[in-house]
Design a protein around this ligand. Structure first.
Ligand SMILES: Cc1cc2nc3c(=O)[nH]c(=O)nc-3n(C[C@H](O)[C@H](O)[C@H](O)COP(=O)(O)OP(=O)(O)OC[C@H]3O[C@@H](n4cnc5c(N)ncnc54)[C@H](O)[C@@H]3O)c2cc1C
Length: 298
């Protein structure tokens, strides 16, 4: 089988190419100019110009590449990757499965494993899909192969539907929360500047990274979307996960259930997060966090 991989994010490309190198003989990868696919089983490497970020232009180029004889296409589930996967599926008239974390074949049938019912359950199902996104954080990266892929420039033709006007650098380089040993996760319960400041102080005394629930990352933009844990964010597996002001909805839990120790701080003693927690503190985080920080510093 010949498969195509695309990601605009290098860390997701590492996961994607580990996943594909373990399963397929022929993998071609489409990536930005600063990515090196030589530690994976990659035959051809298509480099696209990252400055042209119009999802439609990239999707049209990928769809036309896909039609040249690929059996399946896989996408890293970044914001752009998810959008491009959906457009490629539309343009090629193929079905799509999103956020899979396993894939295999049985008697010529494709079998995928993915979350279902918003993460309440995991299903293994037969699918006719040809386009897939891979759940971030579901694959342990192994740079276990050696290849010298032929490099080709991916031509993006067509009239862009969007035009880049300005770019603004992020204050801090993005972090990979899937690698963090300790995470302090911020929920809507403390989603105010002073709550975020307390979470930062706790993270600093513990040597932890900050993570967040979807409202905090996507709706309120208090944290970068890279830090979102959950069904539409990342799957994390730290040694310690401290959930502060997070209710514990299933879409969040599916992203943090592999944590070794879960500590929850919530003012509602009936919050579902306590069912997942090894240790729980029922109380107002704005009062609990300063005490915790003081104790840990002392
Ligand atoms: C398709 C889909 C995908 C989704 N993907 C994700 C995902 O990837 N990640 C994700 O997180 N969510 C996701 N969601 C959203 C999810 O359903 C929840 O809405 C979300 O997780 C709730 O975030 P929260 O716990 O921060 O906020 P809330 O549910 O509003 O909970 C806030 C909590 O803070 C507590 N609280 C309030 N004030 C204080 C205080 N002073 N001190 C202590 N505790 C306090 C409250 O008791 C409450 O339990 C998804 C939803 C859908 C439909």
């Amino acid at each position: 089988m010949k498969v195509l991989a695309f990601s605009d994010r290098n860390e997701l490309m590492d996961e994607l190419l580990t996943f594909l190198s373990e399963r397929f003989e022929h993998v071609d990868a489409v990536h930005g100019s600063d990515y090196d696919p030589s530690k994976y089983r990659v035959e051809r490497s298509f480099v696209y110009d990252e400055m042209i970020y119009d999802p439609w232009q990239i999707s049209e180029a990928l769809a036309s590449l896909f039609r040249q004889g690929y059996d399946l296409a896989f996408f890293g589930a970044s914001v752009l990757g998810r959008e491009v996967a959906a457009i490629v599926s539309h343009l090629t008239g193929t079905h799509m499965e999103s956020e899979i974390f396993d894939l295999g074949f049985s008697d010529g049938r494709t079998i995928v494993t993915r979350y279902f019912f918003g993460g309440r359950t995991v299903i293994k199902k037969e699918t006719t899909a040809k386009v897939f996104t891979l759940m971030p954080g579901s694959v342990e990266v192994k740079k276990a192969w050696q290849s010298s892929p032929e490099k080709v420039k991916l031509n993006l033709s067509g009239i862009p539907r969007t035009r880049l006007i300005e770019t603004v650098n992020k204050e801090k380089a993005s972090v990979d929360i899937t690698k963090a040993e300790i995470l302090v996760a911020v929920g809507r319960g403390i989603a105010k500047p002073e709550g975020l400041e307390l979470a930062k102080q706790l993270a600093s005394v513990l040597g932890a990274e900050l993570a967040g629930s979807r409202p905090v990352c996507q709706d309120l933009h208090l944290l970068d979307e890279d830090r979102q844990v959950g069904l539409s964010g990342k799957k994390v597996h730290p040694k310690i996960y401290i959930a502060v002001g997070i209710s514990g909805q299933i879409q969040h839990l599916v992203g943090m259930r592999d944590s070794k120790i879960v500590i929850a701080i919530n003012k509602d003693k009936n919050a579902p997060i306590f069912n997942e927690a090894d240790y729980g503190i029922v109380g107002d985080a704005f009062k609990v966090l300063p005490l915790l920080i003081q104790k840990l510093e002392g």
